[in-house]
Design a binder for this molecule. Structure first.
Ligand SMILES: [Zn+2]
Length: 411
């Protein structure tokens, strides 16, 4: 079996390790997580790496450089999934990293740094509603309050650690030290259609979008649908609907991405004017100030809508992550890697989705390589990549690692 076939075959194998019989779902600290860590450790050993599971449940492997104990280039991605997932989001990046390490081990061309491959335990946040738990532990950006987060069965993160055979008290052992790393490189499917639309296979990621998420409540007054004339209505849902349309208008105009993914009207009777509406807002952009300017305009417009309609509104920020720029030196290496596959002018654009790099940047500079996926589809079983694109990604990834090595030697 050639390298690409082996990677594709391993994606299939990982896709069978699921908590659901008919679809892929593999969450943090589950029996399936344990099973994939064991399998990934086996593949890491075959590639010539020494392996261990860190105190956060991240599966790790290490290939020494020219001499033992050198700082490492961290490469990898995440091994957990969303519910009803595809088979490439995260997993493909882990398998490509193992294959790159295997190639370098096989070439006996020791690098001026070690390679550390990581399969992050949790990126999606499916189980505990908090994303990036694996990479936040590794990068030392842990919050003690997270121990009491609970899953849908009421099992807390602390209990889940113990059930998995990990000791919460030992978590700080997962924190890495910046002086031991030279950078982080991840390959991931694009999860969007830009590469496909431009008929290109690979791209350099320039930054990972910052996102802000809000819970918004619009309050009016419930009343009888038949008996309340329009001039006396304070219909929260009609006001919220205007808000939703404004989110789209402002986002398009300002080149940011705004989404209302959830909306619920109360009391929810067919013959009752909605008195309260709760809705969500997810707003992301390449640059934080663009995002925040769009938000300021939106709140001003919502204020005007609510005043005009006799409504009140309240907002509560649920999540905030600032945009994370990729490192210029590492981006040059990714660009050189893509060029080595015959693409003379590699595309470069920002990631609309979040990635482990957002946490890892607290430890070491980051960069990413994007790989085309069919129709831009992800977080869905229809996720699909071309075998020839995987081959190109593997070649580009290896060439990028070698470019970093060359640059480090020259300095
Ligand atoms: Zn992912």
């Amino acid at each position: 079996m050639n390298e690409t076939d082996l990677i594709m075959d391993r994606c299939e194998q990982l896709a069978t390790i699921s908590s659901q019989p008919d679809r892929l779902e593999r969450v943090h600290l589950s029996p399936e997580h344990k099973a994939v860590n064991a399998l990934v450790a086996e593949w890491m050993s075959e590639a010539g790496l020494s392996t261990w599971q860190d105190p956060a449940g991240n599966q790790c492997g290490r290939l020494e450089g020219r001499e033992p104990g050198l700082p490492a280039l961290l490469i990898g991605s995440h091994i957990d999934t969303v519910p009803d997932a595809g088979r490439y989001d995260g997993m493909l990046g882990v398998l490509l990293a193992i294959a790159v390490a295997g190639r370098i081990h096989g070439s006996h061309n020791a690098l001026p740094f070690a390679l550390e491959v990581v399969a992050f335990s949790d990126e999606e946040g499916t189980r505990f509603g908090m994303a990036l738990l694996g990479s936040r532990a590794l990068s030392g950006s842990w919050n003690e309050e997270w121990w009491s987060l609970a899953d849908k069965d009421g099992i807390t993160l602390a209990e889940a650690f113990q059930d998995f055979g990990l000791d919460p008290a030992r978590l700080p052992g997962a924190y890495r030290r910046p002086e031991n790393y030279v950078g982080y490189l991840e390959t991931h499917i694009e999860q969007g259609p830009i590469l496909e639309d431009h008929d290109r296979r690979l791209a350099v990621v320039t930054s990972i979008a910052g996102a802000r998420r809000y819970a918004i409540t619009v309050t009016g007054k419930a009343g009888h649908a038949g008996g309340t004339p329009y001039d006396r209505r304070r219909d929260a849902l009609v006001g919220a609907s205007e808000l939703v349309v404004e989110v789209e208008r402002i986002s398009k105009q300002r080149g940011v991405i705004g989404t209302v993914g959830r909306l619920q009207a109360f009391p929810g009777g067919v013959n009752v004017i909605p008195g309260v509406v709760e809705l969500s807002l997810d707003l992301r952009a390449e640059f934080d100030n663009d995002r925040d300017d769009a938000l300021a305009e939106l709140w001003a417009v919502v204020d005007e809508i609510c005043t005009r309609r006799g409504l009140a509104f309240e907002t509560r920020e649920l999540y905030r992550a600032d945009a994370v720029p990729c490192d210029a030196r590492l981006m040059r290496a990714v660009d050189a890697g893509i060029r080595s596959t015959g693409d003379e002018k590699p595309m470069a654009f920002w990631s609309r989705a979040g990635h482990d790099g957002m946490a890892v940047v607290n430890l070491t500079p980051i960069a990413m390589l994007f790989l085309r996926c069919r129709g831009g589809v992800s977080h869905h079983p229809d996720e699909h990549v071309k075998k020839s694109d995987v081959t190109a990604a593997l070649d580009a990834f290896e060439a990028a690692v070698l470019a970093i090595a060359k640059e480090k030697t020259a300095r």
